[in-house]
Structures are given as C-alpha cells and as structure tokens.
Design a protein around this ligand. Sequence first.
Ligand code: NAP
Length: 322
Amino acid sequence: MADVVVIGGGTAGLTAAIFLQRGALQCTVLETEIFGGRIFPSLSIDNYPAMPGISGFDYSEKLHEHARSLGADMVNEAVESIARSGDMWQVSTQDSAYVAQAVIFAAGEKHRELGIPGEAEFFGRGVAVCAVCDGAFYRDMDVAVIGGGDKALDDALYLSRICNVVHLVHRREEFRAAGGVVAQVKKTPNIVLHLNRVAIEIGGASKVESLTIGGVGAGAGGGSGAGGGSGGNGDELEKLNVSGVFIAIGSVPLSALCAGLVQTDDQGYIIAGEDCKTPTPGLFVAGDVRRKPFRQLVTAASDGAVAAIAAAEYITSKKRGE
Ligand code: NAP
C-alpha cells in the first residue's frame, strides 16, 4: 500500500513524488501517457530556473529519473475512479485498485478541440496536436497550424524547418505568444499568416487534403505579417491545400475524475486553496488542473511541493488521531 497515490506524472505530480519520497512517504504515481507531461515536445524551455534552453524531452527524462531514483513507483495506467472509503482512498484503474491514505490529483489538462468537421475523422491522418512528434511525416509538404499562443508559434517555427509552406491561422490580429517568438515567426519566409481567420472545415478523402478558413466578422480580413499573409476579405472562405493540420488552441482541465469530490469553476478547473487542500480530507490538487492565475512549469512544480507537504501533514495528524 502506498501512503499517497499521485494521479498525473507531469511536473506537479512528479515534484510531489520527489517531496513525498524525501519525506519518507511511499508514493505511487499513475500516468496515462508520458512521464514528464505535456512539456515533453517543447523544443526549448527558457523560463525554468537553472535550466535555460533545456528541451522538453531532456527535462521530462530528468524529472522522471529524479522521482524514480528516490523510490517512487511509476505506473502507466489510466485512472477510472477515485473514492473515499472510510478514512482511506481507493484509486481504481482498469487492472488494479490502489489504496492510500491520501491522493494528490495532478492530472493537468488536455488539448482543446476546435469542434469542426473533419477534426475527429482525420485525427492521426493529417490532424495532429504535436509538431515535434509528427512533423517529420510532413516533410516538404504544405501544412497549417491553428492558434496564436506560444505552442502554435513554436509549432509553426518547428514545421517551417521541415515543411514547404506553413499556414498559421489565428482568430485575432495580435498573438498571445511571447514577443520574441512572434518576431521570429514574422520574419520566417515560409510561414504565411492568416490573421482574423478561423478554421471552418478539414477536408480530404482518406487523409487531410485541405483546410477551409474564413473571417471572424467585423474588422476581419487581411492582417498579414511581415512573413506574408493571406490578405483575404473578411467573410470570404478560402481553401488551403494542406496535408497536415496542427491544432494548438490551448487546453481544457482533466478534472472529471474528481466530480462530486471538489468544486470547479465555470471552465472546469478545480477550486482549491494555495495550500492545494480541497474541502475533502485527504484529497489535494496540484498543477494546471487547479484554478490559478498562471500555469507555468515553475507554478506546477511549486504546487507539487506544496501538495506533498500538505499531504504529509495530513497523514501525520491522522496518525496522531487529530
Ligand atoms: P494559450 O496560450 O492558451 O493559447 C491558445 C491560443 O489558441 C490563443 O491564441 C487563442 O486565441 C487560440 N484559441 C483558443 N480557442 C480557440 C478556438 N476555439 N479557435 C481558434 N483559436 C482558439 O495556449 P498554449 O499556446 O497551448 O500555451 C499554454 C501555456 O503554455 C501558456 O502559458 C504558454 O506561455 C505556455 N507555453 C510555453 C512555451 C514556451 O515557453 N516555449 C511553449 C508552449 C506553451 P486568443 O489569443 O484569441 O485567445
């Protein structure tokens, strides 16, 4: 039996595991996908202290190895339910049931979907969410990236080095991404900006062959950057002949497993204190799934540490019968 089950093996979950193991509490970390989390494909992390320029891959490996070397059990299984049973917790997966004194929920977020025709049908056949993972399949082809945040612009720059033309489709004139990366995108000759444009339909026969885009209403139209732009009229539809569509429009929280145990805000993020405690004894929430103003690696790591310390205090008080 573990003292604590940590759900989610990203920065928050693995930092919690490090703090728990160092505090002589045995933890099991359950992760559905890659240990290290969604930062894994990032080319370069420039805002994590003492690790300037580290790749997402190297960072994830180091983090995983750090938690593993301290004795945390790492299990690749998808959690199906979390339930309180007396003063213990039971976390069930398809194959196993894990009993623990406390649970740290650090499941993070998943990619937001556009909800347009063709998106689900062509997923894995031209529709992708990770340029670093899938970009090589589109060598010398034309592709589109949708979004205006850091991920979309990172993806566009990465693909510009592999692909023929990268169409960057963003629903506004201004980018949300950091200024440096925006400047780089604007001076990359084979990135074509389609600003004030939204994706309408992904088309093709057995795989992606086109992306139809259109205007977003008043004020739309044109808005090309220095890298060249579509310059189309506001409401006109335009069919881009592309073999790949990379969707990078942000994230939604993976909080559904905690339904009935916690409160969420209107976007589904779990409401918990800065101490990561929830109103349910023994359940702590850490990382990007928690409602918070900033979601960065450092804030996820901070949450992981805080949640682990809070869980340790909870277990100690329980043992003392407090
Ligand atoms: P994000 O910052 O939330 O950006 C999402 C983008 O998608 C926004 O431009 C948004 O448009 C657009 N969008 C959202 N819903 C849309 C829809 N339905 N249709 C069309 N466009 C839509 O997400 P992110 O880029 O994944 O980044 C998440 C966090 O990770 C950020 O804090 C970011 O700084 C960080 N990050 C950092 C790095 C790095 O440092 N290298 C790399 C990746 C991510 P609006 O702007 O109009 O809202």
